[in-house]
Design a protein around this ligand. Structure first.
Ligand code: NIG
Ligand code: FE
Length: 425
């Protein structure tokens, strides 16, 4: 018997036994008129018909009325934990001052570092909960979140603990990203900061299981290829899995590095070379593309998603939610940039935000598709088909969100009770 059955649903199952690559990114595994039976937070069955055999007097039956039903969105790249905002940079940005130039002047990431260091754990917690509520309202049920605005031992650990202790329904996968910028106090001592990370912070973070991944901003004027390799491999030595901000602005060879050192994913990749794409393919690296950032940085170009798909790679998409280069929690907005900016089809976009995004954070066996045995993270969107979700843009199509088998958004409104959700993954 089931706790919940969703019936009369047009289900985009996104089912797959691995990341969907190349032409398989077009396949959504659609059930035109189907049901999903949910019990104890898990999908018990999915199929055609209305699933009557799973009903008893306690079953909650949701009639989807032919709306589109799909897996909860997975956002595999965010800088969720930070304090303050940077709307004051908008003017500089519009005048054409480059992003890295703003950082060099002590603004950008470094101004958010100041605000984050002076915020208490409670203040940060309150801020991330507000963002997580927004994510849930717009359909995101699992999120990867990086540190990287503390930059010293104490504040990086504070930020990772905020993510660990937050107890929000949205599941959070944590990444240590001390290598986000060189902090002011180490401006004249890069080596000192790298030593702090590799000798003190990484061992502590790994031993205390504060993060599962390590990430590094490999970019001209931030961390070089050699520095990135050294930092990321130290993380690997301590059991952290590798992600890398690669070739976001300049073609540095970050994609090649990702392939060479066994990264799970490489992110951004706007300037990735052909050799870099080849290296990612060889190394089974998942490209996580962030078209909202290309748009917001006014780069005038996007990552070469079509080329990557042609070469048989599995693309994932993410918000990059952060206060500088992409201040939005909404994956539905990113869908539009992915489609209009990079030429991805609605089917490719949806696979990139569900099953492939789940694999990009090593959760492909638990989430990212509507399949028997997976977590019951399910969205009902008020749209007749997948094309409509992107076609009618700038609005929230979410009707219902089910997270771990519980209804947390109903008729587009949050309805979970604070404190009832205490798990984390
Ligand atoms: O992914 N590139 C580095 N980090 C973020 C931006 C962080 C910020 O500007 O605060 C990004 O774009
Ligand atoms: Fe980022």
């Amino acid at each position: 018997m089931a706790d919940i059955v969703i019936k009369n649903a047009r289900i985009l199952t996104c089912k797959s036994s691995g990341p969907k690559f190349g032409k398989y990114m077009q396949e959504l595994g659609i059930i035109e008129k189907g049901f999903i039976a949910i019990e104890n937070g898990i999908i018990k069955e999915v199929g055609e018909g209305s699933g009557e055999r799973f009903y008893n007097e306690h079953t909650k039956i949701i009639d989807a009325k032919n709306k589109t039903v799909l897996p909860g969105f997975v956002d595999p790249h965010t800088h969720l934990v930070h304090y303050g905002s940077r709307e004051d940079e908008l003017d500089l940005k519009l005048k054409g001052v480059p992003y890295i130039e703003i950082l060099k002047r002590g603004g950008g990431i470094l101004s958010t570092v100041k605000a984050t260091r002076s915020a208490s754990k409670d203040e940060l917690m309150k801020k991330i909960k507000k963002s997580l509520d927004l994510m849930l309202l717009w359909g995101t049920t699992t999120v990867e979140a990086k540190s990287g605005y503390g930059l010293n031992f104490e504040d990086e650990v504070k930020c990772l603990n905020v993510l660990k202790d937050c107890g929000h329904p949205v599941d959070i996968v944590r990444t240590y990203m001390g290598a986000h910028a060189i902090p002011e106090e180490y401006k004249h001592d890069r080596e000192g900061y790298i030593k702090l990370m590799t000798e003190e912070v990484i061992p502590y973070v790994a031993e205390n299981k504060l993060a599962e991944f390590i990430d590094c901003f490999c970019e001209e004027g931030v961390f070089s290829i050699e520095e990135s390799e050294r930092i990321l491999l130290k993380g690997k030595e301590y059991g952290l899995k590798i992600k890398i901000h690669a070739d976001e602005i300049e073609p540095m060879g970050g994609a090649e590095l990702a392939g060479r050192i066994g990264a799970v994913s490489a992110e951004h990749l706007v300037a990735a070379s052909d050799e870099g794409i080849e290296a990612m393919k060889k190394g089974n690296v998942i490209p996580v593309l962030l078209p909202g950032t290309s748009f917001y940085l006014r780069l005038g170009k996007y990552a070469r998603a079509r080329k990557m798909i042609e070469m048989g790679l599995p693309i994932a998409l993410a918000t990059d939610y952060n206060p500088g280069t992409c201040p939005t929690e909404s994956l539905q907005s990113i869908m539009v940039f992915a489609s209009m900016g990079m030429g991805l089809t609605p089917s490719e976009v949806i696979n990139a935000m569900t099953i492939n995004a789940a694999y990009a954070i090593c959760r492909g066996n638990e989430i990212g598709s509507i399949e028997k045995g997976k977590k019951a993270d399910v969205l009902i969107m008020d749209a007749p088909n997948e094309n409509y979700i992107i076609y009618h843009f700038g609005i929230n199509h979410i009707d219902t969100v089910i997270k771990n088998g519980e209804i947390v958004v109903r008729e587009g409104m949050l309805c979970y009770k604070e404190g009832e959700f205490t798990w984390n993954i």
